[in-house]
Design a protein around this ligand. Structure first.
Ligand code: ARG
Length: 460
């Protein structure tokens, strides 16, 4: 079999059916440049251990450079007979360097330690790209918050009006989870920072190659401590898939709110024309497709994680071919986020918020009832009683179809002698938010501070 990495002990080549099943070049080509970087480092390690002389090393590195140029230009591509990216690139190297030199490079390495290393390199690079995009989204949210520090909206629990909050406070509540996702990516990188190269098939190599040297050449701080673990573990791939899924979920929660806010019933936002879509039949339609795709793609990201975990469950050590199934899900998670996040960020950055509509709704649904209860507490009434008194005000107002601030002084006095006309000082949404001024509260001064801390956390 031309170019195959194995064959000596076989009487015939693989059946077409096996070859078709086994083939991975259509997706692992994404690792070609990591494979070539690994080959350069490995060639140097072989030379340092005395398996390549100076001329051979020079020739080998030149051949790898030439192969890399051909890969980049598209002059070298996977052939039908190539099983995976590693087989293809060795075929390419032998074509350029000849079999006697090109054939020396495989000594002391296995596709098992190669693939484990390259997936880590891929994840490190793409974590950094994804982190940049997540930071961009969090910054767009922070910018919208900064532009709307005076807008009050109905804060909700159970999707019911609960207490008035600043729109900025609510928006920033979507930014902090992204800050934690960034922290997760940074933390994951610390664990990814160990190279499995040198683990060989599973047990290491007899050739005395310097795994730490290779690790440093490839940008890792260290080599792994256990060659079996190095080739068999995929927990870090799963961890990346989790962080990707969590980012998707965090975005989906904002997406869902934008979809709801964009309805005629809510009327809280208008999306920019360039960041929304139309209908093929209904001329009037303007749809929040970016937010809907964000919501939908979060399901896909969860699927990638759970599929990968299912592959890993009860898989015996060390390498098993099942592990080839790790790549498509994480590649898909990376591509999904790299397409989704810029679109979602653009939508957020260009959304118009209707502050008057939000302010109008903010006090409705008796959302100031807690303010009455806490005002009573400040005037010496035990909270259990205050809760009852405020609840009676709600019952009175609800029965008459009016809001709390529409009750008369006499109404209040009839509910409780503690309810003097001074209670009206907390019966405004501005009064309500201004007095929630503990750390983390929705008072404008606190939200402004919070915004500063968020900017610091984002490194702005
Ligand atoms: N393509 C494989 C993977 O993605 C690596 C090759 C290991 N193949 C093998 N027969 N040991 O995991």
């Amino acid at each position: 079999e031309a170019g195959a990495l194995w064959g000596g002990r076989f009487e015939g080549g693989p059946s077409p059916e096996l070859a078709r099943l086994s083939k991975s070049t259509h997706f692992d080509w994404a690792l070609a440049h990591y494979d070539l970087a690994g080959s350069r480092a490995h060639a140097r390690a072989l030379a340092r251990a005395g398996y390549l002389d100076d001329d051979e090393l020079t020739g080998m590195l030149a051949a790898i450079d030439e192969l890399e140029a051909r890969v980049s230009s598209g002059a070298f591509v996977a052939a039908e007979s190539d099983e995976d990216v590693h087989s293809a690139l060795e075929r390419g190297l032998v074509e350029i360097a000849g079999a006697s030199l090109g054939g020396k490079l495989r000594a002391g390495r296995s596709r098992n330690d190669q693939i484990a290393t390259f997936v880590r390199m891929y994840l490190r690079d793409h974590s950094a790209i994804v982190a940049g995009l997540v930071r961009g989204l969090a910054t767009a949210i922070a910018d919208q918050a900064a532009a709307h520090l005076d807008v009050v909206m109905p804060g909700r629990t159970h999707l019911q009006h609960a207490q008035p909050v600043l729109l900025a406070h609510h928006l920033l509540a979507h930014a902090w989870p992204l800050v934690r996702d960034l922290d997760r990516l940074r933390d994951l990188d610390r664990r990814l920072d160990e190279s499995p190269y040198g683990s060989g098939a599973l047990a290491g190599s007899t050739l005395g190659l310097d795994a730490e040297f290779v690790a440093h050449e490839l940008g890792f701080s260290n080599a792994v401590d256990n060659s079996i673990d190095g080739t068999a573990a995929r927990d870090l791939v799963a961890e990346f898939a989790f962080v990707a899924a969590q980012i998707g979920i965090d975005v989906s929660r904002f997406a869902e709110e934008i979809i709801v806010w964009n309805t005629r019933e809510f009327g809280f936002v208008t999306l920019h024309d360039s960041w929304s879509t139309g209908s093929s039949i209904m001329p009037q339609k303007k749809n929040p497709d970016i937010a809907e795709l964000a919501r939908g793609k979060s399901g896909r990201l969860i699927g990638n994680l759970t599929g990968l975990l299912a592959t890993l469950k009860a898989l015996p050590l060390a390498y098993n071919r099942d592990l080839q199934e790790d790549k498509e899900p994480v590649f898909d998670s990376v591509e999904t986020l790299e397409v989704l996040l810029p679109a979602f960020t653009g939508m957020v950055a260009t959304t118009t918020f209707h502050g008057e509509r939000m302010r109008e709704l903010a006090p409705q649904g008796f959302s100031l009832a807690t303010d009455i209860a806490e005002w009573l507490v400040k005037h010496g009434v035990p909270f259990r009683d205050a809760h009852e008194i405020s609840g009676e005000c709600v019952r009175l107002a609800e029965g008459r179809g009016i809001e709390l601030d529409e009750l008369s002084d006499e109404d209040f006095a009839s509910v409780s002698p503690h309810l003097t006309p001074a209670v009206r000082e907390v019966l405004t949404v501005d009064g309500s938010v201004a007095t929630r001024d503990g750390r983390g509260g929705t008072a404008p001064v606190r939200v402004a501070e919070q915004l500063e801390r968020l900017r610091v956390a984002l490194g702005d």
